[in-house]
Design a binder for this molecule. Sequence first.
Ligand code: MG
Length: 223
Amino acid sequence: MQAFFFDMDGVLFDSMPSHAKAWVEVMHRHRLPCTERDIFINEGRTGRDVIDHCYRQTYHTDAPDGLWQQIYKEKSEAFEQKGAPKAVDGVAEVLNYIRQQPDTQIWIVTGSGQDSLFARLESYFPGVFAPERMITAHDVQLGKPRPEPYLKAWQRSGLDKSQCCVIENAPLGIISAKAAGLRCLAVNTGILTNDDLATANPDEIFDDMHQLLDYLRSQTATL
Ligand code: MG
């Protein structure tokens, strides 16, 4: 038995450019500092954590109730207006390959609560994901980079940690996976450098999903 825990944004959906543009747009509307690189570096945090992170830079305290909900609502709307993201190039082939392996679980472990993306999973990746094998922003108290999301997936999988493997694209997601004591394969699908990803100490770093697939094919016996 083995389980693969897939992050969603930047791993399944090429949604990070739209997320970054939407966040920058809405934060600036509220006169809060925010760059696209901030969003890529902070990818994996829950929406509330991202808002608090930017708010604290100016006000040195968390965003008040009412405001953060308003910003998150506006950001979700701005993201929707960017149109449907594509699947990350090559990830469908990776998922198909993993599904062909016997006794394999495929999970999603994401800080996102973006219902529009959850709704697209079945049409983009038919038959791959099941609702009971998803950990989302709605399931955790302390999101990435803390270990809770991946620990929850591991506990629910019923497997040993040595049988679990995380696929991540973001530094904070990698930190979360490693803090949970799990093997983590990083795929660079965004604007950060491989050195940015390396600071989080993943077990491997790949330039794209095609390299990851080659690696999985070569490692199947040991994963
Ligand atoms: Mg991601």
